[in-house]
Design a protein around this ligand. Structure first.
Ligand SMILES: [Zn+2]
Ligand SMILES: [Zn+2]
Length: 308
């Protein structure tokens, strides 16, 4: 069948992404009582939502069932499973995701422009057909764009819900106590899977630059940020993961690029592994980057970004 479904992004309920971050305490989905993953019971349907009691689970079911269950006769995951996949994916790619978001903002008109409502990020993803459970690579990244609510239909559709959850989203990022954070920006993930569309909403922090006017980037900075932006998209799309490692010679910490694989005798858990020397995808990426930036290497583009 060669049917191309219309862009009906709203046919699944939008799931607010469980916010990951320091200081996040597991709590009951219904009464919000805090606990641990031992004291709270996991929903048997989606194995994601936590409840303190049978009563709370019962009370939550009316609204939770649409997110928890797979549609009848459909092999696709449930919306809440997809939300968890997105959350795990971002957590694994924290540095890359943050750099992609910030470079998109800096290249797209600067911090003040991006945070002036009604703007947000729209991230379109395709589920990988051959997904093997690797948390670093469940999706292909189709696009990642800074959009105005009136220009991007999906952002317009989600706007009211996003604004409702705004206050709740600020807490985990400690916006008030973190001077480098300029504000939080709404992000809508639109995920396609065999004709199904999932929508996951969240917020992410945007960092200040040290520039007085970040709308006027000098040409070298602009080209470096563009190179890094493309590099980050490629890493997210291909499951290439940055990991903080001790540099040989005891010269502090650095970031290195690798992939997730199953290590150890039992091979049950996904763990970061350093890329093999001469990894073809990495070599090609490096060439692509220097071509895009007129000779700047990937670490050089990171340096420009980190010093901004
Ligand atoms: Zn409860
Ligand atoms: Zn459930």
């Amino acid at each position: 069948m060669s049917s191309t479904k219309s862009d009906n992004w709203g046919d699944r309920p939008a799931v607010p992404l469980p916010l990951a971050g320091p200081g996040q305490v597991p709590c009951c989905d219904q009464c919000k009582r805090q606990g641990s993953t031992e004291t709270l019971k996991r929903c048997g349907g989606c194995s994601t939502m936590l409840y303190c009691s049978k009563e709370c689970q019962k009370a939550a079911w009316t609204s939770h069932k649409t997110l928890c269950r797979r549609p009848r006769g459909n092999a696709n995951p449930s919306p809440i499973n997809v939300a968890k996949m997105v959350g795990d994916w971002i957590l694994v790619h924290t540095e890359t995701f943050e750099a992609l978001l910030n470079t998109t903002v800096y290249l797209g008109g600067g911090v003040a422009h991006a945070l002036s409502e009604p703007r947000g990020i729209v991230c379109r993803l395709n589920m990988r057909n051959d997904w093997n459970g690797n948390p670093a690579a469940p999706f292909h990244l189709v696009s990642f764009l800074l959009e105005h609510r009136d220009e991007a239909e999906i952002l317009g559709d989600q706007w009211d819900g996003l604004m409702e959850s705004r206050k709740k989203a600020e807490g985990p990022f400690k916006v008030a106590e973190t001077p480098e954070i300029a504000g939080i920006i709404p992000i809508v993930f639109s995920i396609r899977d065999n004709g199904s569309n999932f929508v996951v909403n969240n917020y992410f922090p945007v960092n200040h630059t040290r520039l007085a006017d970040d709308t006027a980037l000098d040409p070298r900075t602009r080209v470096a940020l563009f190179g890094l932006n493309v590099h980050c998209k490629r890493c997210l799309d291909g499951g290439l993961v940055y990991h903080t490692v001790k540099k040989p010679g005891g010269d502090g910490m650095g970031m290195d690029l690798g992939r997730y694989g199953k290590k150890g005798k039992k091979g049950k858990k996904w763990k970061w592994e350093m890329r093999t020397p001469g990894d073809p995808e990495f070599m090609e990426m490096r060439l692509q980057n220097t071509a895009l930036t007129g000779g700047m290497t990937v670490p050089e583009t990171w340096k420009v970004y980190n010093e901004l």
